[in-house]
Design a protein around this ligand. Structure first.
Ligand SMILES: [Zn+2]
Length: 174
């Protein structure tokens, strides 16, 4: 576990806990950090990489707000999509990266903050079905893999308004 990243997640209230008793009566607390979905299946979840270890050029982790972290992960998703690694978290279709995507292919990366905390990428048209898709998903029942690591030193400065990341969780309440 990445200590600096775990501390940052804790500061932002993004860790999830579960307490278990073992057969000897000891209490064990388990912690789960936020995850990333590379697709719609349970097996598609990976751990979240630390921006500092990917040479993200615009900000260091300790300076980041949650919005900044969302921006970083958006850049991470763009890179992963360019590498053909990401499927829509709802329909499972491979996401593509281009300046001028047809409407049916446009996608967004969003943060979900429920029992499970994580980021995923989804077509705009698939957002509505997402709450149903994610219902009953428990972070401790997933077995996340190591994420693909990309050098982000070249990524452009985040330039989209913060409302794209802020509006998304509200969409999911519906
Ligand atoms: Zn989709």
């Amino acid at each position: 576990m990445d200590e600096a990243l775990t501390e940052w997640f804790e500061r932002e209230g993004l860790l999830r806990y579960r307490v278990l008793g073992d057969e000897q009566g000891h209490v064990i607390e388990e912690v789960r950090a936020p995850l990333i979905a590379l697709g719609p299946r349970d097996e598609d979840w990976v751990w979240t990489p630390n921006p500092d270890s990917l040479h993200y050029p615009w900000m260091r982790l300790h300076e980041m707000t949650l919005d900044d972290f969302n921006n970083y992960l958006y850049r991470w998703f763009e890179e992963a999509v360019t590498h053909g690694m990401v499927r829509c978290a709802n329909c499972g279709k491979l996401l593509i990266e281009a300046d001028d995507l047809p409407d049916a292919d446009t996608w967004d990366a969003i943060l979900i903050e429920k029992e499970l905390v994580g980021w995923l990428a989804v077509h705009f048209d698939c957002k509505k079905q997402l709450p149903k898709k994610l219902k009953g998903l428990h972070p401790f029942e997933l077995q996340p893999h190591a994420p693909p690591l990309y050098d982000l030193a070249h990524v452009p400065m985040p330039n989209w308004p913060a409302e794209t990341t802020q509006s998304a969780p509200t969409d999911l309440e519906n």
